[in-house]
Design a protein around this ligand. Structure first.
Ligand code: SF4
Length: 435
């Protein structure tokens, strides 16, 4: 039995206890939400991975994506990025290679980290069709299902599968007269081209039960891909995107009934004022299926700093209920990220979801309150202990430490506001220390 069926049967297993401990919740609450499909746990019967809960009432998690491209294909570099993402604090990893020996990259990455690893099967499917026949549109549906099974058997824990693209979604796109940013999902655009070339329905939609059946067999989370996600804020919430969201929410409900863990993917590019509405729609239509947002990016012109652009969107989306955030690196829209870009992307995203979680769960502000006290008390060791990025904090202070009074820092030096105020309010300080 998979974890969803175990939860539906009213049983609490070790994974549920692990999540409850990590999140400070009752195991029964975690079980009940898994049973409802509101929490998912990316697992694989063939590969033990770190237990990570994603969903309602849990801390918002961060995903890092790595993978070769057709231009830059260095397996060792991708493995190094995967390890760096894990060390920087990513909760999950997506292996999204499209260049080189794709089975090899996947297996090397799976062996290199303990994180749950996700992927997008359409990438390899269309890449292999292109290599074999010189034309990705010659993809054979049976080969796609075999590939999904092979990737599951290797140990993938969550899969972004583009089941929600169907003839209705395409019709919406045609009737609205295309869009500013076109289609920005690689898997989505390739599937649309295949459907139009053959005049056929998407096999992943047509044979949804078969997809869910394969993933269920390995206890893998089916993450319903957002193939029509907006890649421009001008396209956000357009009819094509909303149509796919409706279908994905319908499929999420259906998949859960089949015993498969389900998650829904979101956009993309969304202006700040539309983020809450997008999340509310997804949550209402899917009965709170975990929502995996790709940021979102709330503007289109931040290239070079799009990790910051996405972090602003991510803080908002975490606040309003997104459950897993895909990081964005400084190389977004420009190039394949380096290892340094990956580290930067993970850290900025972790900061963003923490900010979002402070608003989503106001009762969980204790660490921030403790940091404020440590700052007031000029307790530098305590500040490092509480910081999200202690090594960076220690390094920056170490590089520019005052030569005289080591209690203060070189920002204000002898005019240190805290030192001065602590001297004036010594009595009150002693009182508050007792609390
Ligand atoms: S010197 Fe200024 S910035 Fe540094 S600890 Fe004191 S008040 Fe804070």
């Amino acid at each position: 039995m998979g974890i969803l069926e175990i939860a539906k049967a009213g049983q609490i297993n070790e994974e549920m206890r692990t999540i409850a401990r990590a999140e400070g919740l009752e195991p029964e609450l975690v079980r009940a939400r898994i049973a409802e499909g509101q929490i998912v746990v990316p697992l694989n019967t063939n590969r033990p991975a770190r237990v990570v809960g994603i969903g309602r009432g849990l801390a918002t998690k961060v995903n890092a994506s790595i993978g070769t491209s057709t231009d830059i294909c260095d397996v060792a570099a991708e493995v190094a990025k995967a390890r760096a993402a894990q060390a920087a604090g990513a909760d999950t990893l997506m292996e999204l290679s499209v260049g080189g020996d794709l089975d090899l990259v996947r297996r090397e990455v799976l062996a290199a980290v303990e994180l749950p690893v996700g992927n997008v099967p359409l990438y390899q499917a269309f890449s292999e069709a292109e290599r074999k026949y010189g034309d990705p549109n010659k993809l054979d549906a049976e080969m796609l299902f075999d590939l999904i099974e092979r990737q599951c058997a290797d140990g993938i824990s969550f899969m972004a599968v583009h089941c929600g693209i169907n003839r209705e979604t395409l019709l919406r796109l045609e009737r609205q007269g295309y869009r500013y940013g076109g289609l920005v999902s690689k898997g989505g655009a390739s599937m649309v081209a295949w459907m139009m070339k053959h005049g056929r329905e998407n096999p992943l939609y047509e044979q949804f039960e078969r997809v869910a059946g394969i993933l269920k067999k390995y206890d893998v989370v089916l993450s319903l891909g957002n193939g029509f996600r907006a890649g421009a804020i001008a396209d956000s919430s357009d009819r094509a995107m909303v149509q796919e969201l409706v279908i994905n929410c319908e499929l999420a409900e259906w998949g859960r009934k089949l015993g498969c863990q389900m998650m829904v993917e979101g956009p993309g590019h969304v202006p700040l004022d539309e983020i809450a509405a997008n999340i509310n729609l997804q949550k209402r239509m899917s009965n709170h299926a975990p929502y995996y947002m790709l940021g979102p990016l709330p503007c289109d012109i931040g290239a070079g700093y799009d990790h910051v652009t996405a972090a602003i969107g991510a803080a908002q989306s975490a606040r309003f209920g997104a459950d897993l955030i895909c990081y964005i690196t400084p190389a977004e829209h420009l190039a394949l990220p380096t290892r340094e870009d990956v580290i930067e992307g993970v850290k900025v995203s972790r900061l963003a979801v923490h900010i979002g979680d402070l608003a989503k769960y106001p009762e969980r502000r204790g660490r921030d309150a403790a940091m404020s006290k440590a700052r007031r008390d000029l307790d530098w060791q305590r500040q490092y202990d509480l910081a999200l990025f202690p090594d960076d904090a220690r390094r920056i202070r170490g590089e520019r430490c005052p030569e005289g009074d080591s209690h203060v820092c070189t920002m204000c030096g002898k005019f240190c506001a805290n030192k001065g105020a602590n001297a004036v309010f010594g009595g009150l300080l002693a009182e508050s220390a007792k609390r």
